[in-house]
Design a protein around this ligand. Structure first.
Ligand SMILES: [Ca+2]
Length: 225
């Protein structure tokens, strides 16, 4: 007599496991569907029970500015091409907020500079760690100025680049997402910025959250660059 309830119990457990599996499959299908229209970061199910220590890397690939213009639409320079100075950081604190996100523009690190090239290949990687926290979104913030020797630098444009894709289990498992266009804030039809990103789990001992913290605001630059 005692065997029957146990058998029923086992059957119920089995059915609940199967239905949970189906539910997960449905959720996963829905997740894949939504990722095609947004840039939400997709957590891998295999890492769901691992501690939340992540590294995000974003490569600033290139800027396309064939016309050599600045944010106002005018030419960067009367003679020659633009002299881009690129400042950028990965925003994991206020990724959905408006530009410039969690840091003041003055506190963006300079990551690249070149003279007399309107559309430079940049190929520079910036990274940020998320330590012991949920990771759902990240945004690469980019601020590009035209350097001028005699006068103040002029704004070329600002960009928000939405990081998405799957999370690698470790650096070897991490795959670069396809390159994508950032959202330009000025002359978006004429000045474009291309980036790509990858995300992977890291050893908690390697996680350096201070890299995400906004440094103290720097004093304004000399008007004669
Ligand atoms: Ca210039």
């Amino acid at each position: 007599m005692a065997r029957l309830p146990i058998a029923v119990l086992l059957l119920m457990v089995l059915m609940s496991v199967v239905s949970a599996g189906i539910l997960d499959s449905i959720k996963s299908v829905l997740g894949i569907t939504s990722s095609s229209t947004s840039s939400a970061i997709q957590q891998d199910s295999s890492g769901a029970n691992l501690p939340n220590y992540f590294r995000i890397e974003a490569e600033l690939v290139r800027m396309d500015n064939v016309g050599g213009i600045k944010s106002t639409g005018g030419s960067c320079d009367t003679i020659g091409q633009c002299d881009p100075v690129v400042y950028a950081y990965l925003d994991v604190l206020k990724p959905t907020g408006p530009f410039p996100g969690s840091r003041a523009v003055e506190a963006f690190p300079q990551v690249f500079t070149i003279d007399d090239v309107n559309s430079p290949k940049i190929n520079t990687v910036v990274s940020a760690d998320v330590c012991n926290k949920e990771l759902t979104k990240a945004t690469l913030r980019v601020h590009v100025m035209d350097r001028n020797k005699l006068f103040t630098d002029s704004l070329i444009s600002d960009f928000d680049c939405y990081v998405g894709g799957s999370v690698g289990r470790n650096v070897n498992d991490a795959k670069w997402a396809n390159t994508g266009n950032c959202v330009g804030k000025f002359m978006p039809d004429k000045i474009k910025f291309v980036f790509r990103s990858r995300i992977y789990r890291i050893d908690p001992k390697l996680c350096v959250e201070s890299a995400n913290q906004a440094p103290a605001a720097t004093t304004s630059k000399s008007i004669f660059g």
